[in-house]
Design a protein around this ligand. Structure first.
Ligand code: PLP
Length: 353
């Protein structure tokens, strides 16, 4: 069976972990500082603040921006629940907007239609590794005086034009969960170009302290471990090659999958294929079962849009494109550990159905 996803954990990662464990400095120490420095090169030199997950990155972004009860934040419903959870735990209300049917990212027109006087921010998700329409969302936010928090959990190294994801928003949030394009076991990174926000984020992740026991604000423990950072640094050094491999596999799928709708890429977008997501118009779940019988694993991201999940089921939202996507999307294996023969097997299996 070819699995739907496979984390990269090799000898280099194991060696890095052992090296850090032997130093005895294991939490928010020199490895974390180096990881922050090195990651900055991916995001036009913006400041990077490492945290313990992508969810923490989103949550702290909301707190640093002062978002809370009475505020509304526009998010896509077609995303992982973390996107909305990070808003809801602050007491603010996530307000769901629809997506573009080709890119699965926020549709700027739908975003504009849900903005109210209470709206304070937009969270564009660069879903599946495809950059959201920042060329329209940034000016829209500007016209309404809204903050932008990029959810770049799935899109490390993606770009729109010459600008990398992570360099558009007031903050941007990356996830280093094991199945992401690069990982740190668990972990996340917050990127910002604003020194005041950076300082707040550094305080918030560490109980409100920059110096031990000199607490300036109420904060949390969202620190990254040096063990995780060491893994992240090893992976960061390999990211370019891995991204090329993902794009190579995607190009082969584009060319050789004949029976299904393959993903579209917006003009000027540099897609990093965290997922390679095809569309099966009829009986997607049956298709998926038959694919599994042929030895090919696949994933459905996401079978239930966030606004239909129990905690958000009170939401009144009319999201036809999102509803349709949830019924028809199917993600094929696209990770760098796939060899050419396995890619061929996936193509053969899909085409045979
Ligand atoms: C779109 C999106 N946002 C946020 C997250 C949360 O990241 P984490 O699992 O690192 O908390 C994830 C990943 O799991 C995600 O895919």
């Amino acid at each position: 069976m070819i699995p739907a996803a496979r984390p990269e954990i090799g000898q280099d990662e194991i060696d890095a972990v052992v090296r850090v464990l032997r130093t005895g400095r294991v939490v928010q120490g020199p490895e974390v500082a180096d990881f922050e420095q090195e990651f900055g090169k991916l995001v036009d030199g913006r400041a990077c603040v490492a945290v313990n997950s992508g969810t923490s990155a989103l949550h702290l972004s909301m707190l640093a921006l002062g978002i809370g009860p009475g505020d509304e934040v526009v998010v896509p419903s077609f995303s992982f629940a973390a996107t909305a959870n990070a808003v809801a735990v602050t007491g603010a209300a996530p307000v769901f907007a629809d997506i573009d049917p080709d890119t699965f990212c926020l549709d700027p027109e739908s975003v504009a239609s849900v903005i109210t006087p209470r709206t304070v921010a937009i969270v564009p998700v660069h879903l599946f590794g495809h950059p959201a329409a920042m060329d329209e969302l940034v000016p829209l936010a500007g016209r309404h005086g809204l903050a932008i928090v990029e959810d770049a959990a799935q899109a490390v190294a993606a770009r729109l034009g010459d600008t990398p994801v992570g360099a558009f928003g007031d903050t941007a949030c990356f996830s280093f969960y094991p199945t992401k394009n690069m990982h740190s076991l668990e972990g996340g990174m917050i990127v910002t170009g604003d020194p005041h926000l950076e300082r707040k984020l550094r305080l918030l992740r560490n109980q409100g302290m920059l110096k031990q026991y000199e607490n300036e604000v109420v904060g949390l423990n969202n620190r990254m471990t040096d063990v995780g950072a060491a893994v992240g640094r090893v992976q960061l050094a390999k990211l370019d090659a891995w991204t090329q491999r993902r794009r190579q596999i995607a190009a082969r799928y584009d060319a050789e999958l004949t029976s299904v709708r393959t993903p579209k890429v917006a003009r000027d977008a540099w897609h990093v294929y965290h997922q390679y997501t095809i569309t099966i118009e009829q009986d997607r779940d049956g298709f998926r079962e038959r694919l599994a019988e042929l030895g090919v694993g696949s994933g459905v991201y996401y079978p239930t849009p966030i606004h239909r999940l129990a905690p958000y089921s009170f939401s009144v939202a009319d999201l036809p494109v999102t509803e349709r996507a949830a019924e028809t999307v199917l993600s094929l294996p696209v990770y760098p550990l796939l060899d050419d023969e396995q890619v061929g097997q996936v193509i053969e299996a899909v085409n045979s159905l």
